[in-house]
Design a protein around this ligand. Structure first.
Ligand SMILES: *Cc1c(COP(=O)(O)O)cnc(C)c1O
Length: 378
């Protein structure tokens, strides 16, 4: 327990959902009464708002963030733009879903190292080979992973740019992408969003979305997510069932308008941590004026991370590690030919032992003060 006797959880999902109890209940009730539980008005409304929110031409609401990534890759395979065995560059420090999407499509995931500033892809050392056909920049922790010059060069080589925007809904990059604006989710060729309950905008269950301005890709993703069909009982493709529930869409329609307020509030908390944490051994995350970070996580680094984490735990302060094991070292990828490295991702391996995520989702200023003080006293 903290000196004042409190327990500080990492994230208590009940808090933000309880605040919206009445509107969420009303939205659910209207779906229950509608009698339409798949592909109804709530899904259409959510798709329209999501596309408009970042300026993408098309949005397809789907079952999960992982499925969003898989459907994009599968659709590119159907369209002849990707083929089995092609190399797809992915950052080694990401949630394993980024890798699983690639390997589940029989593509090869090439684990790339991350940089020291924001833990996103290190653009100076991208493992590009003649077999590279796509890259998945992950906007990790809500930090836009973008460099227009680098991505222009990749594009000239015909490399597809698929954003993993699971953690960065509402973020904007420091320069515009190829579709004329800087919103993540609309920077490259296609993007995946996740509405896993703990994300900045969370469903009350699983949900995800695909964004793109490519008409053929959007049409193929929509078909693949719906048994390969556009017209009932006509199956043009060997598809899947990866649709978003009408109920989740209705709940998300309540939450989506709050996306900027949530980002602004998290940003304020990040700046408060930044001003209060003074332990010289701690490396704090960068705060940038030229882009909009949405602070999905507030991640510090410490050379004795495990001891610090234990010290905080003893004081009732919960923390997390995003992520403790670089993806290429996960047991499922041991001796696996579908994951390649060209040179060891040294930063990813080193930071996995040093990074620590502090609570930022549902924390009060007073609690931020307590967490910061405990870190300073360590
Ligand atoms: C959450 C997440 C995913 C997967 O999303 P789900 O909706 O949980 O399937 C993919 N990539 C990253 C970076 C994530 O954080």
């Amino acid at each position: 327990m903290t000196t004042s006797g409190q327990q500080i959880p990492f994230q208590d999902l009940r808090l933000s959902n309880a605040e919206l109890m009445e509107t969420l209940a009303k939205a659910s009730e209207s779906v229950i009464r509608s009698g339409r539980y798949i592909n109804g008005d709530a899904v259409r409304e959510l798709e329209t708002s999501l596309a408009a929110g970042c300026g993408a031409r098309y949005c397809v609401a789907v079952s999960t963030g992982l499925d969003a990534l898989r459907l994009i890759l599968l659709a590119y395979m159907h369209l002849g733009k990707l083929h089995e065995g092609d190399e797809v560059i992915v950052p080694d420090n990401t949630f394993v879903a980024t890798f699983l999407a690639v390997t589940s499509c029989n593509l090869t995931a090439v684990a790339a190292d991350v940089n020291e500033e924001d833990y996103c892809l290190d653009f100076s050392r991208l493992p590009i080979t003649p077999r590279t056909k796509a890259i998945i920049p992950v906007h990790l922790y809500g930090n836009p992973c973008w460099d227009k010059d680098i991505f222009s060069q990749l594009r000239e080589k015909g490399i597809l740019i698929i954003e993993d925007n699971a953690q960065a809904i509402g973020a904007t990059a420091n320069e515009e992408g190829f579709n004329g604006n800087s919103a993540t989710g609309n920077l490259g060729d296609a993007a995946a969003i996740s509405f896993y309950p703990a994300k900045n905008i969370g469903a009350l269950g699983d949900a995800g979305a695909v964004l793109t301005s490519d008409e053929a890709l959007a049409r193929t993703v929509r078909m693949l997510a719906n048994y390969g069909s556009r017209e009932k009982y006509v199956h043009e493709l060997k598809g899947y069932n990866c649709r978003m529930d009408e109920l989740q869409a209705a709940l998300l329609n309540v939450k989506l308008p709050m996306v900027s307020n949530i980002a602004a509030e998290r940003g304020r908390r990040a700046r408060l941590y930044d001003s209060l944490i003074r332990n010289p051994e701690v490396v704090k995350p960068g705060i940038y004026d030229d882009r909009k970070q949405v602070w999905h996580q507030y991640v510090i680094r410490h050379p004795r991370r495990d001891e610090l984490r234990q010290y905080l735990r003893q004081q009732g302060i919960a923390t997390e590690i995003h992520y403790p094991v670089p993806c290429h070292l996960q047991p499922c990828y041991r001796d696996d030919k579908q994951v390649k490295i060209y040179g060891k991702p040294v930063n990813a391996v080193r930071y996995a032992a040093e990074i620590l995520s502090l609570p930022i989702a549902d924390i009060t200023d007073e609690e931020i003060g307590i967490v910061s003080q405990a870190i300073n006293e360590f």
